[in-house]
Structures are given as C-alpha cells and as structure tokens.
Design a protein around this ligand. Structure first.
Ligand code: KG4
Ligand code: ZN
Length: 353
C-alpha cells in the first residue's frame, strides 16, 4: 500500500510517499521510501527569534500543493496510486495543524481514500526504523528517547501504538534549552546545531555548570536552570568585558557537556529499569553529534544497541508521518475522511496511553 504523509505541525512543510510492501515482506523499512519534498520556514521566522504561528500557517498553505507535486514526481507516482493519506493530527500549532488536516481530508474525500491522523511524536520515535545503516532495527519492547524543540521524553515502546511514558522534562525541552542558550550567545534561531558547533571549539573545565536532576532517582529532566546558569556567566563576562569568542566556545562546551551527561545518564537508567537492550534516539536534538557520541559509547560499552534515524529524518519531515501512517494502516487503524468541518486536530495530545 502507498501512503501519502503530510507534516505541518510547526515550521516545516513535509510531504512524502511510503510503500509498505518491503516492510510487510520483512525487508528493511527504508526501502519503502518512494520520495519526499520538504520546505523549512526557518529563514522566515529567524527575524522574530522564534516561530510566528500565523506566518507558519500561511506558509504551509502556500507550499503544500507544490510540495505534493514535487513528492509525487520524485516518487514516480500519480495521485491515483495513493492508497491512504496520513497527516500530523497533533501535537503542534493549531493553525499549522489545521492546514495539514484540511488538505489531507479534502484529498482523501476527493480520492475516496482512508485517512490516518498521526501523532507527531510517534512519527519521530518510529523514524529510527528507517535507518539505512547501523544495527538491525530494534525489536519491541525498546526505550525511545525523544528530544525535540517541544518535547523531552523517555518512552517505553511495547509495540506500534503501545507507549508508556517513563519520564519527561518538568520545564524546558532539550531543544528549547539549546535554542534559548544559543540566543544568549548571539546565535540565530533555532540555534541548536550552531551551538553544538560552537561547543566543538571549547575547552573542558573552564566552566562547571549544574547537572539538573542528575540524581533525582526518577527519569524526569529539567533544563531551565542550565540556561539560567549560562545567562549568569554571560552577565559576568559582560561586566568584566570578557565576552569574546573563547568565552562563547567554552561556555557552549560546558552547556553541551552538562546537558549530554544528564540525558545520557537518564537514558541508561531507563534501559536498566525496563530491562530493554535497545535505545532509539529521535527528534531534532537527536542530530546532535555530542549526544550521539556519548550515547553510543555508553550503550555499546554494555553490549547493547542504540538506533538513530537517518540524519535528514531527525528534524520534522513527511517521511516519518507516511511511515507511521502505513504501520497504523496495517493495523487497520484509519477513518473515513472528515468533511463535517471539525477536522479533528489535537494541538495538545499525550502519546502514552
Ligand atoms: O524535532 P524538531 O525538528 O522539531 C520539533 O518537533 O520540535 O526539533 C527541532 C529542535 C530545535 O530546537 C533545534 O535547535 C534542535 O532540534 N536541533 C539541534 C540540532 N539540530 C536540531 N539541537 C542540538 N544539536 C543539533 N545538531
Ligand atoms: Zn518534531
């Protein structure tokens, strides 16, 4: 079956076509990716230092049809070849979600195809199954570490649709902490990747930042204090006139070191507590080199396995929605299109049941 995936929950418009046949035949999941098209609105929002919801929705409207045509062309598929339509139903920005939902429902209605509302985080957490390299894909149950701009969660994944929340952030998400700290150091929004790069030039030991909730005994996180600790150092450096490139690199190093240590420690505890031997890393911060290196080192030392999505599928995209939709469709979880006007979006939506 060929599933069209539509992602519009935040500032990326992503459309993709996924063919479930290789997966059904036990072949690697990535072989089902037929084609995709993606547009990032980052440049448009950069002047505002964050995503402007109204601008995001309008841009999704402008982009969604040309991107569909591009994805179809890349997939060598016609609209008629699509068997079902999956779209991000939530969580996310309400206006942005509405664009994807309205578009998906209109298409499904005109093509008379079933429709699947996908949880954005389910898209992220299943995306490591699409990896082309690395260890064979994880067997259920596994632990998923979701680290994005809006979420930081450890999840026990027992099967498709069976998710148990083990722990989450009590304040800022990891990506949010990256972006806010990056802003303090004068980097453009979203500064996660740039901050990580800046940290590569830094020296260990100049700054010692807190490790929030490292020994809390549970699997929750807190990152807002870390950002405040950086702010205090920035203020001190401003007062002493030492806010130069070396300072920025060294404080960036300390920030990344601290955040990576806490996340790695909690992820290892989650594996210990659940008895799982497979860890899946997903979400935008999953692209972070330092985090990947630390997790791989710790997990491999135990003889366990860590699974990453392909780098280009770490941040938001249509492929992960098409893939999650295809797996739901195989479980016979779909609906007829909703043209009653409710376009049931879920801007706030818990993944765990
Ligand atoms: O999953 P995602 O694309 O969108 C959400 O659903 O939130 O994640 C975006 C987040 C941003 O905060 C961005 O700064 C962060 O992921 N990010 C990174 C890196 N690449 C993206 N953070 C740290 N290091 C990176 N290399
Ligand atoms: Zn995301």
């Amino acid at each position: 079956m060929i599933v069209l995936g539509i992602e519009t929950s935040c500032d990326e418009t992503g459309l993709a076509l996924y063919d479930s046949r290789p997966w059904e035949q036990g072949q690697p999941a990535h072989l089902g990716i037929l084609g995709q098209a993606l547009h990032s609105q980052i440049e448009m929002h950069q002047d505002y230092g964050g995503v402007v919801p109204e601008l995001a929705s309008r841009d999704h409207i402008r982009r969604v049809i040309p991107l569909l045509n591009k994805a179809l062309k890349e997939s060598h598929c016609s609209l008629e070849a699509i068997d079902a339509i999956a779209y991000t139903q939530g969580p996310g920005l309400a206006g942005a979600l509405l664009v994807g939902s309205a578009f998906a429902n209109a298409l499904a209605s005109s093509l008379k195809k079933p429709i699947i509302g996908v949880h954005h985080l389910e898209g992220h957490l299943l995306s490591p199954l699409l990896a082309k390299e690395g260890p064979p894909h994880p067997e259920f149950p596994f632990v998923a570490l979701l680290v994005s701009g809006g979420h930081t969660q450890l999840m026990l994944v027992k099967g498709i649709g069976q998710y148990e929340l083990l722990g989450e952030t009590v304040d800022d998400a990891a990506g949010e902490a990256f972006d806010k700290t990056a802003k303090l150091l004068g980097l453009d929004y979203p500064g996660g990747a740039a901050l990580s790069k800046l940290a590569e030039g830094g020296q260990r030991g100049r700054f010692e930042l807190p490790r929030p909730m490292l020994h809390s005994g549970d699997l929750d996180f807190s990152f807002s204090g870390l950002k405040t600790a950086v702010l205090n150092q920035v203020k001190k450096a401003e007062a002493n006139n030492t806010l130069n490139e070396n300072f920025r690199q060294d404080i960036a190093f300390a920030f990344v070191e601290s955040l990576v240590e806490v996340i790695t420690h909690k992820a290892m505890s989650a594996l210990d507590k659940t008895g799982c031997r497979d860890l899946v890393l997903a979400g935008g911060v999953g692209a972070n080199r330092q985090l990947r290196a630390a997790l791989t080192g710790m997990v491999n030392k135990k003889g366990w396995a860590v699974h990453y999505p392909p780098l280009e599928l770490c941040t938001d995209n249509g492929v992960m929605i098409a893939f999650a939709g295809a797996l739901r469709l195989l479980q016979k979880e779909f609906s007829p299109p909703d043209l009653q006007g409710s376009f049931d979006i879920k801007p706030r939506w818990e993944l765990s049941s």
